[in-house]
Design a binder for this molecule. Sequence first.
Ligand SMILES: [Zn+2]
Ligand SMILES: [Zn+2]
Length: 348
Amino acid sequence: MLICQIENHDESQILGCCIKQDCKHPRPYCQYCITSLHSDHFQQLKSFKQLNELMLQKMKSYDYLMNIIQQIKTSINTIYEIVNPLYVHPLENVQQLSCSYLNEQIIKLMKIEVAEATAGLIVNIKELNDRIQNICCKFQNLKSIPIKQTNFSDQLYQNKQQGSYFSIESQLEKQNQEMSQNLTILFSSDYKPIQIELENNCKKAINLCIGWKVAVCEPKIPKNNCPITFQFKIINASACDIGVCHRNKIISANYSLDLAKGSAQGIYCINQQGYVYSNLNQNINNKKQSFSFKNNDIISVEVNYQKQRILWTNQISKDQYSMQFDITEDLYPCVGIGYGEIITILNA
Ligand SMILES: [Zn+2]
Ligand SMILES: [Zn+2]
């Protein structure tokens, strides 16, 4: 017989388990637990018979899910095995190659051409990837819920009631905060003003001319369910700006905005001196609302599409600032730098 381990519960028989999603008490309950720990949700206390039914139900979903996951795995493997061998080494020393080797390489190229020409193939697989990444985020959130909620051998049980139990509340809180995903970014060499020079494989931007310019990064920030994070390190700057932008608007403004006049068309950024600029809310433009930062500080930017919120964090001082954004157009990470200023990207 299973008996209740909680002090003062007279070693009563365990009658079943509580299945309230966020119950912070031990799941198994005795007659005393019903009134002392689970009284406000006693409908969610299940007898062993009910638990067996529940288990059968959930295992159906489990089988269904695992079956689909297995199928996806098999399909992806099949595609991988077909595409992977199509790699062609750059042709050097052509004289030393055999005709049959050349023949094989050309056939590979032709196969890639067929893939390109097959309607929707590449677009579809790209879309599939976006969707799978999105789903992956949700499963990652699931993973952060602890399976082992209570440590049964601990003395925790002897402590009475509230607050003393190993709580999953904090874990749920963590889950609500959501795991953010790091986005690997680079400064764009295709979309940049000539005044900005890129070094270190496009991870370092330097403004070589007089005048404030925007350096746009790639890729665009994916509209995932989980927040997306990227970060910059201030190498040498005194009035730089960090944030995100609508690329087209920045290009049409020739990578230069008159922020001091409060014009923040297409940009969401915070300035090193604490001034903020928003494409969405022009009322806050050029107002000192954020934290200031200095050389060697690391500024992370978290873009949360679900909450439509951008969060800046100074990783050194832990200062934070956030603002809302509009989701109508794609966003790209960006920095604004003046003459001589240098910023680098820190990819995780
Ligand atoms: Zn009990
Ligand atoms: Zn409960």
